[in-house]
Design a protein around this ligand. Structure first.
Ligand code: BT5
Length: 270
């Protein structure tokens, strides 16, 4: 079980992580954080769950968080520098924070555009950002982060459409979930202060997975094949098409080859 008292004693970091709400089990920490923020809850509030029964990914997808083996938490962000211009940067902020935190355990991770953290080309963490708008300004954002820490947190193949792994397999040693959570919050605080700056874009590009490689992107326009060039300042993925022209994509999922989502036989990336 996560030691919430130990966490409490070490929070907040950079103004993030207080108040702390801890749940042994909940549907989704993003839902809790959203409801709290919608009622005027404070910037920096942190919702942590030992297990989620209805963990959410993007576009209605599921996120699995079994007990005693993963991290699942959501943060309320609403103070400056959050504004309409830089809100798209929150997804990468979350991913960068996880990547940087993992460096503490000498684990080398990358960001699969737009929101996945990969270790050795296997998904280890996912980020879900949900924003509430007041007209054309963001009122608040909830950033949810799920990290597979122990081997038991890695879902069975039939539940996932991309190969997955966990932090402890990569670190080859036990990793304290409390320490990892604090390291991520530390990095979230650091990057939040830099939201909207070119530094985030540069760090994202440095850690971008599959750069220079040919990928398939399931985008709203359909499936697009191209070579990843990088990420633009507004978070769009830049691809070089087979005929040489440059195409930018705002939303979608990157794959190494077109696969049936049911065929997740770990041949991805082979
Ligand atoms: C994400 O969505 O990766 C965002 C995940 C965000 C989870 C956090 S946990 C705390 C907070 N509370 C929530 O309810 N959510 C946030 P997406 O890119 O759509 O990926 C979802 C896909 O990842 C699923 O369709 C599965 O294929 C795969 N998946 C689900 N659980 C996984 C896991 N534990 N490890 C690896 N892959 C997983």
């Amino acid at each position: 079980m996560l030691d919430d008292q130990a966490l409490l004693a070490r929070l907040p970091v950079h103004g993030i992580g207080a108040p702390l709400y801890f749940f042994e089990s909940t549907g989704s920490t993003n839902v809790l954080a959203w409801d709290y923020a919608a009622q005027g809850g404070a910037h920096g509030a942190l919702f942590v769950a030992e297990a989620q029964t209805a963990g959410r990914g993007r576009v209605g997808r599921k996120w699995y968080t079994p007990a005693n083996s993963a991290l699942a938490f959501s943060l309320v962000l609403r103070s400056a520098p959050l504004d309409a211009r830089c809100v798209h940067g929150l997804v990468v902020l979350g991913a960068l924070a996880v990547v940087e935190a993992l460096e503490t355990w000498r684990v080398d991770a990358e960001i699969k555009w737009p929101n996945d953290v990969l270790i050795g080309e296997r998904k280890t963490a996912g980020i879900l950002v949900e924003t509430s708008w007041a007209g054309d300004k963001p009122d608040f954002a909830v950033i949810g982060i799920g990290i597979n820490v122990r081997a038991e947190s890695v879902p069975f193949d039939e539940h996932i459409d991309f190969p997955a792994t966990c932090v402890e397999i990569a670190a080859r040693s036990p990793v304290s979930r409390e320490d990892l959570l604090l390291a991520v919050l530390q990095a979230v605080g650091k990057w939040y202060a830099r939201l909207g700056t070119p530094e985030i874009e540069a760090a994202w590009n440095r850690k971008l997975a599959f750069r220079g490689r040919q990928v398939f992107v399931n985008a709203v326009q359909g499936e697009i094949r191209g070579t990843i060039l990088g990420v633009e300042s507004d978070g769009k993925l830049q691809l070089k098409m087979p005929a040489g022209e440059i195409c930018t994509i705002a939303t979608g999922d990157v794959r190494l080859r077109p696969v049936d989502t049911k065929d997740n036989s770990n041949t991805l990336g082979a």
